[in-house]
Each structure stands twice: as C-alpha cells, then as structure tokens.
Design a protein around this ligand. Structure first.
Ligand code: KIV
Length: 273
C-alpha cells in the first residue's frame, strides 16, 4: 500500500511538501491532539499532522472552535510533538490570537513555536490577516493558510454550508490564495468549496493546496481523525469517508469489560500478583 508505514523515515519539511506537489505526489494530512494518537498516526506514515483547533469540538465538546485558548492549543501541540518523529506538525493559531494586531500575532506565534517545538502554524483568512501573516513569516515561522469555510468565522457565516459557490466569493478566494502564496505561505487548506474552484486554485499556485471537502483536484487531503476513524457519531458530511467504526469497536470493548468486572471474571488468576 503506497505511503503506508513508509520506508523513507526522513523528517517531512515544508520544502519537501512543495517538492511533492512539483513531483505530482499527493500529500496526506490528519489531525491529532494527543501523544498516543499522534504516535500511531506518525507511525502509519502520514505526511502532515495538524493540531487543529477542532480540538475545541473533538476533545472539549464545544459547539465551535472559538472557545479554545492559546494555552490549551499549546498543551495539545506539545503532546503531539512528543509523539511524532517523521511528520510535519502544524499547529492552529486559535481564534483571537492573531486578529487584534500584528505585534500581538507575532508574539503569540513565537510563543507557540518556542513552547511546543511544532514545525509551522495555520491561520484562517485572506487579505484581512495579511499584515499578521507577513509579520509572522518575517520572524521565520512557516505558515499554512486556510480559506473557504473558516470555522473561526462561523458566527459571521451563520452556516457550515459550502462556501464560494457565488462568483464574487470565488474571485475573492482566488485572489486571497495568490496573496498568501506571494506573502510566502508554504501551503493552503481549502475547506468545503466547489471541487472545480479548488482544482483551479491548485493549478494556479505552486504551493500545495490541501483540501477538506474540496474535491480530488487538490494536492493533498486532510480529515479530522475522530471523524475518519468513526469515533464521532451524527456528523456525516458528504466529503467524509469513514475508514473504521471505532465508536462501535470501543463501545463493544467497554461493554465487554463492564460485563467481566460485574461477573467477577476480570481479573483472573494470571492477571493478579
Ligand atoms: O481544526 C481543524 O481540524 C482544521 C481542519 C478541518 C482543516 O482546521
């Protein structure tokens, strides 16, 4: 199986991701928020691990990504980095840490890099956040952009439906993507936009475009790990492919354990001192 438990153990870099695009090699990215999951994901051969602010939903049960704090993202990213040998680790800058002004943005970015030892940061938005993007890049910190459905702006959108279906929004997305590339971003995530638009952006830009709900024309794909492993129930967008049903597997295993404890079957003689 291509890319699964890879032989090439060299650390993935931003430079290598750009090379992968040039060579027509697809990039596989997944989220992780903790040491154990990150070490399994890395060991399986993933190219990029995103410590997404979706930790707010997946790990803390919040309705949106807005409540997660800088300290909480740093906690998650530190744990992930400890579990990773090969993958490039990107950490999301959480809502409110880069929108106020460039000085605050760069000092928060530096804090994440110093405390977590992650490889790069991801910020949501286009020209509106360009001054902050430039300042962070000037400090030598690699940035992955994020356009289309940007969950930190969910209260402005008012819906999680597909973005940039209309011409004006599509045009803005294209010029935002070029602006991020020109500023020096090494990649861009495109979330929940029409496949044709994502394909056009992927063809026009030389940096990798990583899609989530953005079709097969992107240079790579990202999914939230809890969704693709089938841990989450009741979240079934069209773009999500489930590779396992861990919810059922875990529920069965836990049910079995409860039964064994209640019946006095666990621990047995070999499981005690
Ligand atoms: O936070 C996250 O998990 C993300 C992905 C959906 C791209 O930003």
């Amino acid at each position: 199986m291509a890319g699964y438990l890879v032989d090439d153990q060299r650390k993935v870099t931003t430079h290598r991701l750009i090379q992968m695009k040039a060579e027509g090699k697809k990039i596989a990215m997944l989220t992780s928020y903790d040491y154990t999951t990150a070490s399994i994901t890395d060991g399986a051969g993933i190219d990029v691990i995103l410590v997404g602010d979706s930790a707010s939903n997946v790990m803390a049960g919040n309705w949106t990504t807005l409540p997660i704090t800088l300290d909480q993202m740093i906690y998650h990213a530190k744990a992930v980095v400890r579990g990773v040998k090969r993958a490039l680790v990107i950490c999301d800058m959480p809502f409110g840490t880069y929108q106020v002004n460039e000085t605050e943005a760069v000092s928060n970015a530096i804090r994440i890099m110093k405390e977590t030892h992650c490889d790069a940061l991801k910020l949501e938005g286009g020209v509106e956040i360009l001054p902050a993007v430039k300042k962070i890049l000037d400090a030598g910190i690699p940035i992955c952009g994020h356009l289309g459905l940007t969950p930190q702006a969910i209260n402005k959108f008012g819906t999680y439906s597909v973005r940039a279906k209309e011409e004006a929004e599509a045009q803005k997305l294209i010029s935002d993507a070029h602006a991020l590339e020109d500023a020096g971003c090494f990649a861009i995530v495109l979330e929940k936009i029409p496949a044709k638009l994502a394909e056009r952006v992927s063809k026009e830009l030389t940096i990798p475009i990583i899609g989530i709900g953005a079709g097969a024309g992107c240079d790579g794909q990202v999914l939230v790990i809890a969704d693709m492993l089938g841990m989450t129930k009741g979240f079934s967008p069209k773009f999500l492919r489930r590779y396992a049903d861990l919810n059922t597997i875990m529920t069965d295993a836990i049910g079995h354990y409860i039964e064994d404890v209640k019946e006095g079957d666990f621990p047995n003689e070999n499981e005690q001192y």
